[in-house]
Design a protein around this ligand. Sequence first.
Ligand SMILES: NC(=O)c1ccc[n+]([C@@H]2O[C@H](COP(=O)([O-])OP(=O)(O)OC[C@H]3O[C@@H](n4cnc5c(N)ncnc54)[C@H](O)[C@@H]3O)[C@@H](O)[C@H]2O)c1
Length: 353
Amino acid sequence: MSRLILVTGGAGYVGSHTTIELLAAGYEVVVVDSCVNCVAGEEGKLPPSLVRVQELAKKSLVGFYRVSLTDALALAGVFEKHRVDAVVHFAALKAVGESVEKPLEYYQSNVSGTLTLLQVMREAGVHRLVYSSSATVYGAPQYLPADEQHPTGAGLTNPYGKTKYFCEQVMQDLAASDKEWRLVSLRYFNPVGAHPSGRIGEDPLGPPNNLMPFVAQVAVGKREELSVFGNDYDTPDGTGVRDYVHVVDLAEGHVMALDKAFSKSFRGYASYNLGTGRGVSVLEMIEAFCRASGKPVPYRVVGRRAGDVASVVASCSLAEEQLGWRARRDLQEMCEDAWRWQKLHPNGFRSCQ
Ligand SMILES: NC(=O)c1ccc[n+]([C@@H]2O[C@H](COP(=O)([O-])OP(=O)(O)OC[C@H]3O[C@@H](n4cnc5c(N)ncnc54)[C@H](O)[C@@H]3O)[C@@H](O)[C@H]2O)c1
């Protein structure tokens, strides 16, 4: 019998792409999502992102529950109804700027939500989890490329980053307290791109927080121009350098992390970087996007943003050695796939209902 995976936040950007890969890998999937940051379906219907996930995977979900992780009773009900083998945990609020204005909401959703999930899992006897962490736990990197040995938690400047760091700490303590737990934390660098079909992609409900969806919205004419925050960094062209990773590569990384969580030899807690190991500057990204879309992306250089650092690039050799994972898609593919989604859906999933 196939294993059943509960995916929290499965209607969102990374969650929807990962759900396709999980279904393709032969897993059954139940999704829990409050729809706080995705387009919800009409009464009793799936969110449009998940309708398309089912179409693309040619397979149905076992269930969908519009439930917040902070609702322990409702969450426990899902575990009572389904015999879950493992959890892939995406659900979180993720806007760095907003987290500075609304710290309580971020700690509540991301930290309390994770604590509630882990408690409900323990009561249900489910001990395997793959967690969406972030390169943000490294703060301003002390050396590059940042590997998993790099110190975490120091100098974190916003509540969002702290929630990711705190949840990692909780999982480490939990794994040390009880040998049953198998917890894998994946530290994403900058997920971009979309499914190659152009049928699902990133659909921020508010203004985008990340560079690529912003660039895409300028290219499609939804926004006039892009602000480039600083061109006087110590980088080859003066603009910030980041490690961008295609969302489908990332999704595949979750399937491999689950293999690890199910392997007989693994117990405890482990964290892995998921990136490409290659730094791309803001100007390089704009150029690649113009090439992929054939559209101009007007931009204006403005002052640096508080808290931004010059470069963040991952060392991904641990994921390659221990999970057998390596990013395979390059910058051009990231831009082409993001553009296909954007061009076909200038208003995201709102136009799909
Ligand atoms: N996208 C990135 O740049 C990035 C980078 C590093 C880490 N991450 C992490 O990856 C995960 C997924 O990110 P994403 O880009 O897919 O975000 P997303 O907002 O598209 O998806 C998150 C989903 O979780 C749901 N959700 C949020 N809080 C919830 C709660 N309390 N209960 C139930 N559902 C809830 C939202 O409705 C949304 O559908 C997050 O944990 C995020 O912090 C994302």
